[in-house]
Ligand binder design. Sequence first.
Ligand code: HEM
Ligand SMILES: *[C@@H]1O[C@H](CO)[C@@H](O)[C@H](O)[C@H]1NC(C)=O
Length: 506
Amino acid sequence: MLAALGSLAAALWAGLRLRTVLLGAFAFLFIADFLKRRRPKNYPPGPWSLPFIGSFCQLGFEQPHLKLQQLVKKYGNLLSLQFGDLNLVTVTGLPLIKEVLVHQEQNFLNRPMTPIRKHVSKNNGVIMSSGLNWKEQRRFVLTTLRNFGLGKKSLEERIQEEVHHLTEAIKEEKGHPFDPHFKINNAVSNIICSVTFGERFEYEDSRFKELLKWLDEIMYMETSMQCQLYNIFPWIMKFLPGHHQTVFRNWEKLKLFIYCMIEEHRRDWNPAEMRDFIDAYLNEMAKNSGNAASSFHEENLISSTLDLFLAGTETTSTTLRWALLYLAINPEIQEKVQAEIDRVIGASQQPSTADRERLPYTNAVIHEVQRMANILPLNLPREVSADTTVAGYFLPKGTILTTNLTALHRDPAEWATPDTFNPEYFLEKGQFKKRESFLPFSLGKRACPGEHLARTELFIFFTSLLQKFTFRPPKNEKLSLQFRMGLTISPVKHRLCAIPRGDAAE
Ligand code: HEM
Ligand SMILES: *[C@@H]1O[C@H](CO)[C@@H](O)[C@H](O)[C@H]1NC(C)=O
């Protein structure tokens, strides 16, 4: 009896102790978290945040963007938010965006290293790297893009050839409803593939189709709840299944594909005759082989090639898909574009960028598509590389900065009816007119290095497709402008009819 009582007391005591220990540990973590998150003096204002998870709850899960809009109204154009360990500041309005991306750009050239990034690409490649690695890789990318654009077969000619393949493939649909997604994706991707790998892929190539599917999955899964949770709690999430695991798997598969391409290049590499980006890179690696500090090594070769492939495929093809969708929904605008093309180029001559100035309406429509589609709504994030002051607020090193391009592209002070598709914003007295509040490619030293290529592709693909086809909604189907949120904003799955025009009809 006594023994039993004794053990009961011991058990109670042990239980109590365990509770105290747990309570103590929790209190400790709470205080540690509080101290860690204490905002420095003059830090941009923002809503209160909970320990560990930060501002997650204030944003709500339903319509975080609307909630954010209210917060910007309340706290101003520099708004601070917190997610786990990540301190985020969003920048709104053209003057402040220019301050950050141009006037003070020296302190904002880095990219944040989130746990997902750490897992998939470390500090390699161009898009997400920082420091010297980024500088060297970016410079090399810019030079080779320029060189291969001026090579034997200019990029413009390659795009024109690809247009020919694309129009043939679309003609095969005979005006019946079809989903344009993967044909357009493939055609656009072939341009950057010809730069990086020196080859294009047939639209029926099942291996390449699968590759594009992995890329597409990465695009929409990387912003999923599981991936965001991975960024906050990597040590738990790495043991759980979910979208983040698919993203990791797909990255590995894409890297393996690039690796195989590189091996093929190595087999018949001839430094005297450079065919493409990989050849040029192998050359640069050979030049730097004695230099252990050089960033031109195999891991960077894989990552930089993959970055070009990724950035060169998804953005431009998504924009082109939005373009066809907007024109199918706005037939009057489509007719005006076609009338201009017919008048200036005619039905059979191949459009080229030399025609751009003579096609102001068409050019304005392409710009308006980019404004409305707004495919990278928060630009790509930057990280503050040294303690800085912006607009009187203190931004400590390590703060993550996002510039709100949506607010710019939908600013009612700049665009009278911001949510309506209206190419007139980019026209003045019948001539094309540039707009300052239009920054789809961003600004400054870290702006998109593919802007020239992207604009050339958009112009030639768009003009050629409208020269040959009229795009219409399928009978009894209503097209919508609903979007899928991911790394880019893209149209939801839809079908179009491409009716051959004039000469193209035979
Ligand atoms: C409509 C098409 C495109 C849009 C809207 C777009 C937009 C952007 C934006 C907003 C950035 C981030 C810039 C910043 O941080 O300030 C970026 C970066 C980048 N883009 Fe593009 N882009 C497009 C097409 C392309 C193409 C065709 C290529 C292929 C060469 C490309 C390659 C890159 C690369 C490599 C980066 C990373 C640059 C760096 O971090 O230094 N982009 N792009
Ligand atoms: C960006 O601006 C848009 C439009 O004003 C708004 O809806 C959105 O919530 C803003 N996002 C951020 C992160 O500030």
